[in-house]
Design a binder for this molecule. Structure first.
Ligand code: ZN
Length: 197
């Protein structure tokens, strides 16, 4: 399964590796190798990393803590103390090193350092009173993202993941309704095209 990096923050993207949390959760990080691949695909993290089982479990624990804290922010309630402890302890470790060269920024470090960096970026966004955290508007998608759009008008975690799916479903529903109406003899409605969305 492809990973989505649409939340605007690596810690929120990590939290988003469990899909449909309230209905039938799907964990896209089923094994340490999945986490290694996720780190490589995440732009802000090192190009290569090795995950052993204890560190993989720490990553999952950081992920669940981050999700809980982000949900606390979305619901405007106090942070869960146990989750705060996890994110704060993880952030206290060493972070990856960064180097500048003609090819750009190069980041390196082991998985523990990667988790520290993810925890720090999570703390930065959770502590920012101006950060607009939202849950995706598609029913069933529980992804939480940082809305940086002008006027904070973004509704979906991502257009490919959710926005287009919702719009396509609404379009199909309208077409069905129209077909039914035509079947009952109205026959005068203008066809609706996707461009109207
Ligand atoms: Zn979504």
């Amino acid at each position: 399964m492809d990973f989505a990096f649409v939340s605007g923050n690596p810690a929120l993207d990590l939290a988003g590796t469990v899909l449909s949390r309230r209905d039938e959760p799907i964990d896209v990080l089923a094994a340490p190798a999945d986490l290694e691949r996720w780190v490589v695909e995440c732009d802000e993290l090192p190009d290569r990393v090795t995950a052993d089982v204890p560190t993989f479990e720490s990553a999952l624990s950081l992920r669940e803590a981050t999700y809980r804290l982000a949900l606390d922010r979305v619901l405007d309630r106090p942070f869960d103390p146990a989750s705060l402890e996890i994110i704060n302890d993880t952030a206290a470790g060493p972070v990856p090193t960064i180097k500048l060269s003609d090819t750009g920024l190069h980041t390196s470090g082991d998985l523990r350092a990667v988790l520290s960096q993810i925890a720090r970026s999570g703390i930065a966004v959770l502590a920012d009173p101006h950060a607009c955290l939202k849950e995706c508007g598609r029913t069933g998608c529980t992804r939480i993202y940082l809305d940086r759009s002008r006027g904070a008008r973004r509704t979906w975690c991502g257009m490919d993941e959710c926005g287009n799916r919702v719009k396509a479903a609404a379009y199909r529903a309208r077409r069905r309704a129209e077909t039914t109406a035509e079947g009952h003899g109205s026959g005068t409605q203008t066809p609706v095209t996707p461009a109207e969305w």
